[in-house]
Write a protein that binds this ligand. Structure first.
Ligand code: F6R
Length: 608
């Protein structure tokens, strides 16, 4: 949560930082701010609400254009309401230092109390203002800011990615990370530091991923990394980022979400690329690990739904018992029934930074169970800490609501099921070949179907956007999609929606059905088709409105039958999921909601 950026170079720093913040806004958007030195005075300009409110404050502001070093922040409130006084940067009491901070300092109240007794005062409710004053306090005891920073970070417990500016040395950036992402971008005569790569991708592709416990000091021409525990200098490799800047732009679409939905055919082919050799699935990342006797999939939100979907394939194709758990539940279990000799823990996370998922991964690592990370973000914490990593290669997902990332996770789970199925001998060559062929046909099928799906979604959205509540029903692998459909609708349009296993309806929820309560039924023509037809009849006989998403094979007729191409078995999910995404997108857009940045949300949930 929260996005930070720092720049030191030769360009006007304030516009560059504002531009960088636009690419980080997905991380939090309740307030934003920029800090820089002007004639030996640290200036802090902050605004409540979206970034445009901050940008407006710079209109006609010429002085700010002369500075070539600045820091910026876009906030998702943790400590303190989303008010201007709680927005970052925060100044130290003497106004010598300014900080932008992403994360939480857990013992900030204790430190605040100590500092208050020494005469420090605080203008905000934030832990970040406490941290910058702690650094200032240390500065009075240490020889320089680097040592003061290290000493303060020893005292502060929690998670942080910070960037600090010093009035006495205003072209230099001081940064540090612990359990929150921070990436250094190396340019020519300019250097960057940010929570995520798109913030500076227009200027450089050469990056260094900071690790937990790193401190970085950079000016426009040089940088140095230190271990914060003892200030020994360290080296980290410079890596080249392959994405294009276009991947982080809207490319003519009204919203990132729509662009990302339409990118899914390419996302599927990218994820599959180089993964097959005849009937074999190539996941060399896993060759050193045994086939597990039991797989534990752990994730949050949409990634959890992808895990639930993957469970079907892994149990069906690979015959591996799978337990899928929500990370925030798993991490607080008193007894973890994990067997290091037989089990594998698979964590799924688009961002690779989700606090609960990361905590679950660390617990599994501690117990000594082999761990596997399925994630999208190169160099993220999950990628670094899991025993083995499968990258989903979906490219940057900017829209806060996850779409293409889920599809890419499902593709990799399908590959995993084939891989384990083949390795364990549970899938024959013919079955493997048949499923590989189906997977490879997906991109074209989806690409062809998307325009019509979009038109139908638009029509249905007009009709149903005034509803107050929705059910989403599915059976088998479609149950996980029903959960995801409901999540997408509520997070984007703020319409209450619940996903249910269709067979559960008569155990209580059906009591809610009346002519104003619509149900979105997922009814592909598969082995459970007749069963779901009975559920449809039960709802119709209670005058409930229904949207039925089905395929060309089905014999259902009625008003809101949404027919898509048929695709046998669970791989049909790759055509069903985009319909659910498009429907939610269209409802939210029709209602005038902020599709890419829904209220109260942030893209990467790095706090509990
Ligand atoms: C919903 C959504 C969230 C995330 C969840 C986990 O659209 O995006 O539910 O899926 O916060 O995030 P990751 O996958 O980054 O761990």
């Amino acid at each position: 949560m929260c996005g930070i950026i720092g720049y030191s170079g030769h360009r006007p720093a304030v516009p560059l930082v504002l531009e960088g913040l636009e690419h980080l806004e997905y991380r939090g958007y309740d307030s934003a701010g920029v800090g820089y030195d002007l004639n030996n005075e640290l200036m802090v300009v902050r605004a409540k609400g979206k970034l445009k409110n901050l940008s407006e404050k710079f209109q006609g502001e010429r002085n700010a254009l002369t500075v070539t070093c600045a820091i910026g922040h876009t906030r998702w409130a943790t400590h303190g309401a989303p008010e201007e006084r709680n927005a970052h940067p925060h100044l130290s009491n003497s106004k010598r230092l300014a900080i932008v901070h992403n994360g939480i300092i857990e013992n900030y109240l204790e430190i605040r109390e100590e500092l208050s007794q020494k005469g420090y005062h605080f203008a905000s409710d934030t832990d970040s203002e406490v941290l910058i004053n702690l650094i200032e306090d240390m500065l009075s005891q240490e020889c320089d800011l680097l040592h003061a920073l290290a000493a303060a970070l020893k005292k502060a417990h929690g998670a942080y990615a910070i960037c600090v500016l010093d009035r006495e040395d205003p072209q230099r950036l001081y940064a540090a990370r612990l359990a929150a992402p921070l990436i250094f971008g190396q340019g020519i005569g300019e250097n960057f530091i940010a929570s995520d790569i798109p913030a500076f991708l227009a200027y450089t592709r050469d990056v260094v991923f900071l690790e937990d416990g790193d401190i970085l000091v950079a000016d426009s021409d040089s940088y140095q990394l230190w271990k914060s525990s003892d200030l020994t200098p360290i080296q980290r490799p410079v890596q080249q980022i392959q994405w294009s800047m276009q991947a982080a732009q809207k490319g003519g679409y009204r919203h990132f979400m729509l662009k990302e939905i339409f990118e899914q055919p390419k996302v599927i082919s990218d994820a599959l690329s180089g993964r097959f050799e005849g009937s074999r699935v190539l996941l060399s990342e896993l060759d050193a690990l045994p086939v597990p006797k039991r797989l534990h999939i752990i994730a949050c939100g949409t990634s959890f739904h992808a895990g639930l979907w993957g469970q079907h394939l892994l149990e069906d194709w690979a015959r591996i018992p799978v337990q899928v758990e929500i990370a925030s539940e798993f991490r607080y279990k008193e007894r973890l029934l994990l067997n290091p000799d037989q089990d594998i823990v698979l964590v799924i996370s688009q961002s690779g930074e989700t606090a609960d998922t990361l905590a679950a991964l660390r617990m599994a690592n501690e117990i000594g169970v082999p761990t596997l990370g399925l994630c999208n973000v190169l160099g993220s914490s999950v990628a670094r800490e899991a025993g083995a990593v499968l990258y989903t290669q979906a490219g940057p997902e900017i829209s806060v609501a996850s779409t293409k990332a889920m599809t890419s996770q499902m593709i990799m789970l399908a590959c995993l099921a084939l891989y384990y199925g083949y390795r364990s001998g549970n899938l024959g060559v013919d079955e493997c070949l048949q499923n590989i062929d189906r997977l490879q046909r997906l991109p074209l099928m989806l690409e062809t179907a998307l325009p019509e799906m979009h038109s139908t979604a638009r029509l249905l959205a007009r009709k149903f956007s005034q509803s107050k509540s929705f059910f989403y029903l599915g059976r088998g692998h479609c149950f996980s999609l029903a959960l995801e459909g409901a999540l997408k609708l509520k997070e984007l349009s703020y319409i209450h929606a619940e996903g249910y296993a269709a067979g559960e309806m008569k155990h209580g929820p059906i009591a809610l059905i009346d002519p104003t309560f619509p149900t979105f039924v997922l009814a592909p023509h598969d082995v459970l088709y007749e069963k779901i037809k009975s559920n449809i009849v039960e709802i119709q006989s209670r005058q409930g409105q229904i949207i039925v998403l089905t395929d060309a094979e089905s014999d259902l007729h009625g008003v809101d039958i949404w027919r898509i191409p048929s695709l046998e078995g669970p791989l049909g999910a790759f055509l069903i999921l985009p319909c659910l995404q498009l429907f939610s997108y269209e409802v939210a857009d029709y209602l005038g909601k902020d599709v890419d940045q829904p209220r109260n949300l942030a893209k990467s949930v790095t706090v509990e």
